[in-house]
Design a protein around this ligand. Structure first.
Ligand SMILES: O=C[C@H](O)COP(=O)(O)O
Length: 315
């Protein structure tokens, strides 16, 4: 699904200006953030609202396969599931996007033709991001040329943690330019950022450099998308909107496998960034094995019973 909030390429910044900006951000109250996330995770959703929330969650899934063993056949099967998650029930919405490695983009684009579902490609030497800049840019340009409408880049965590914010900023700006019309999600790999202060700083850095989305994780590092991390990122996009008028999306990814996890995320969005973010244009859930649980819970809500374990095709 296209995301209409694409940023223009920002003006160049200096190391000094960036450092002053990022160190001027208020610190995160770690204990308070964890307590708030815990509190919101216990909110229950009424049964009537739950059915709508499950459909919304389905429409926000970036259905993902990022395995060394991926094949064109597996990607085609995933695309079929993305377009028609439950072949016995055509009222189930399609997912937000299909997320694959760059060499699988052409296969996914072909399989999704006519469905209105976009292809997201990880790029920039995902997941570690350890490659020369020209390789990262070539990776991005090739995925876009093959038809990716969304690029999920990784930041250079080594540079970020050693305080070289300008390098991280310049890489994001360059990748944004290489994206052309494709939307850019910036993966912070929060499991490597150590503190919630760093999560807040990296979120603001990514938004300032032109990212259209901030994304928690690659799914290859633990911990991945925890609720406190997503909370801090939602606060960052809310504050960025208040300061600039631009809405940036959020994508928690990695380890989100149950309907309960997905609905907890939606409560967090509603209570933190606000209901304007409750759309696939501004909130996605990156997941390889969440969709079947959403479909099972959806069936249970409407029929009162769970379908058997073999009822749905593998995610
Ligand atoms: O971007 C999405 C993640 O790689 C998916 O992670 P997961 O396999 O834990 O759902």
């Amino acid at each position: 699904m296209p995301v209409p909030h694409t940023a223009s390429v920002p003006e160049a910044t200096t190391d000094r200006a960036l450092r002053a900006y990022l160190h001027g951000l208020p610190g995160v109250d770690e204990v308070g953030a964890r307590a708030r996330a815990q509190d919101l995770s216990t909110r229950s959703i009424k049964t009537t609202a739950k059915a709508r929330a499950i459909d919304l969650a389905v429409s926000m899934v970036d259905l993902t396969t990022l395995e060394g063993a991926d094949t064109p056949g597996k990607v085609r099967a995933l695309c079929a599931k993305a377009a028609l998650p439950d072949p016995t029930d055509r009222t189930v919405p399609h997912v937000g996007a299909v997320c694959v490695y760059p060499d699988m983009v052409a296969v996914a684009v072909e399989a999704l033709r006519g469905t209105g579902i976009g292809v997201a490609s990880v790029a920039t030497a995902f997941p570690a991001g350890r490659a020369p800049m020209e390789v990262k840019l070539a990776d991005t340009r090739r995925a876009v040329a093959d038809g990716a409408s969304e690029i999920d880049m990784v930041i250079d965590r080594g540079a970020f943690l050693s305080g070289d914010y300008l390098k991280v900023h310049e890489e994001i700006v360059a990748v944004k330019e290489a994206c052309g019309d494709a939307h850019l999600k910036v993966i912070l790999e929060t499991g490597e950022l150590v503190t919630l202060d760093n999560v807040r700083r990296a979120s603001h850095l990514a938004m300032r450099a032109g990212g259209d989305f901030v994304k928690t994780s690659t799914g290859k590092v633990s911990p991945a998308a925890t609720l406190p991390v997503t909370l801090v990122m939602l606060e960052a996009v809310r504050d960025h909107h208040a300061a600039t008028g631009r809405r940036v999306g959020v994508k928690p990814a990695g380890g989100i496998r149950t309907t309960k996890d997905a609905l907890r995320n939606l409560v967090l969005v509603n209570e933190t960034a606000g209901p304007e973010w409750l759309t696939p244009d501004l909130f996605r859930i990156g997941a390889s094995s969440l969709l079947n649980d959403l479909l099972m819970q959806r069936t249970r809500l409407s029929t009162g019973t769970y379908p058997g374990p073999d009822y749905y095709t593998q995610d």
